[in-house]
Design a protein around this ligand. Structure first.
Ligand code: SAJ
Length: 452
């Protein structure tokens, strides 16, 4: 029986040992799905603290309940370790490590390279390796394959190598690792077959594609699609501002089209570990091939200008009250990168706060999901959302629209609210002067406009 048949048998009878490298928002949910499917799972992470807390049954990932971790640890189906030598015991390994951008917005492949080295030092005949981290097309074949074959193992015969993009949407109440279709592309057809069998053991829908490059590009298309369309609606917000039109009304009306349209909403910029970064992996690869990906570059330009656009709106709104930004007290509502999560990575709120402080504003923030964060080596705490805090602020700026904030309370006690997310569109007329993202007006309460 060949290596492929042996591995398929061990996957089918659940005797295969599965490794997951990187126990973050992608790796930990995946490890739990493999464990729940009946496999023994070895989670490898370089953070000893993460491994220790997981072994105590504590989850650091919002979408993974601690009870689930504790159950799998207790059942002996999941172990978290910072010892890379444990990877030797694995028949299949999924890599879910970060792929950030460097300061010059070039791919930072250091985590993928470190994981590849750890696996190369511990791989053996019959092993399947799957890269899940978002990366430029060609990584699996150009970076991982040579390193593994340098161990004297032939990909497609002795070992199997595939790419399968992660599609985790943190905080999504409906779509999880198990029910989100899983694209799988391999370096050879045998690699696709084995990787599809592995993921098919615990994920409802498998979508095999013909190559690792195709799978790498699927992910980049998905997230470039988002970045470009968010850039489009952000530009539409600026267009509506200049025309004095409510961009939210335009978008909501356009969204009634039952075909050929998909709703995106403007905001103060884009954050997260996917959308602002992933498209630049493709742009970088294409630059190496002397091609300029203009859509990606333009979307990035517009999206990264939005914090400045918001700060200009705040300055104009304060000016209407004969106030300068300099010396004004400004309360930012919501600093996570999107609503109802605690993740702040790449959040545009930090750009808005920085730009306001550079102009001399005294900035506080309130975010029920982010009570404090580390800034320049020291801890910065949010303030409670009280009547006094709202009355004290010269301007309140809604940057992230968490559902659990009482926006009626905000508009009842604040004097000026700059709303970048249209959360006040549903509040009753109140004391506050509300300035929306696109200039409907800068002074007339929304309710009175209906008669103009
Ligand atoms: N944003 C807008 N307008 C929109 C949508 C998003 O301004 O219409 C902003 C958000 O506020 C946020 C950023 O863009 O700052 C990213 O938002 P996102 O909804 O894309 O959320 P992410 O970053 O969590 O994206 C993830 C992605 N998942 C992966 O890449 C694995 C993405 O592919 C998902 O489609 C997305 O979740 C989702 O569906 O929400």
């Amino acid at each position: 029986m060949g290596m492929k048949e042996q591995l398929l048998t061990r996957i089918n009878d659940r005797s295969a040992v599965i490794g997951v490298v990187g126990l973050g928002y992608v790796g930990l949910p995946l490890a739990m799905e493999f464990a729940k499917a009946g496999f023994k799972v070895i989670g490898y992470d370089i953070s000893t603290r993460t491994c220790d807390s997981l072994m105590k049954g504590q989850s650091h990932i919002q979408d993974v309940p601690s009870a689930e971790v504790a159950e799998q640890v207790k059942a002996g189906r999941f172990v978290a370790t910072d010892q890379e030598g444990r990877l030797k015991e694995c028949d299949a390994i999924s890599i879910a490590v970060p792929t950030p951008l460097s300061k010059t917005r070039d791919p930072d492949m250091s985590f993928v390279q470190a994981a590849t080295e750890a696996i190369a030092r511990n791989c053996h005949p019959g092993m399947l390796v799957v890269l899940e981290s978002t990366t430029y097309p060609g990584t699996t074949r150009e970076v991982m394959q040579p390193r593994i074959e340098a161990q004297g193992l032939k990909v497609g015969r002795d070992v199997f190598l595939a790419f399968s993009p992660e599609r985790v949407d943190p905080g999504n109440p409906k779509w999880h690792t198990k029910n989100t279709p899983k694209v799988v592309g391999g370096v050879t057809p045998e690699c696709v077959e084995v990787a599809s069998a592995l993921y098919g053991s615990c994920i409802d829908t498998i979508v095999p594609v013909s190559s690792a490059e195709a799978a790498e590009l699927v992910k980049l298309l998905e997230n470039t699609f988002r970045a470009v369309n968010i850039g489009l609606v952000n530009e539409m917000a600026i267009v509506c501002d200049k025309l004095g039109v409510n961009v939210w009304e335009v978008i909501d009306a356009a969204a009634t089209k039952p075909f050929g349209y998909m709703k995106f909403t403007p905001g103060p910029g884009i954050g997260g570990h996917c959308i602002p970064l992933d498209p630049h992996y493709l742009a970088w690869k294409m630059r190496m091939l002397n091609y300029k990906t203009r859509f990606i570059d333009l979307a990035s330009e517009i999206n990264s200008e939005m914090p400045e656009y918001v700060v200009r709106k705040v300055a104009r709104a304060l000016n209407t009250d004969r106030k300068a930004v300099n010396g004004s007290h400004i309360l930012i509502l919501g600093i996570a990168y999107k609503k109802d999560i605690d993740d702040m990575r790449e959040s545009p709120a930090f750009d808005v706060m920085r730009l306001l402080e550079e102009r001399g504003a005294i900035v506080d923030y309130h975010d029920p999901y982010v009570p404090r964060f580390q800034e320049h080596g020291h801890s910065r705490a949010g303030v409670p959302l009280t009547k006094e805090a709202l009355e004290h602020a010269d301007a309140v700026v809604i940057v992230t629209d968490h559902t659990n904030v009482d926006y009626q309370f905000v508009v009842d006690h604040a004097g000026l609210v700059v709303d970048t997310r249209n959360t006040t569109g549903k509040t009753k007329q109140s004391k506050a002067r509300i300035v929306p993202l696109s200039k409907l007006s800068e002074g007339i309460p929304e309710g009175e406009l209906a008669h103009l």
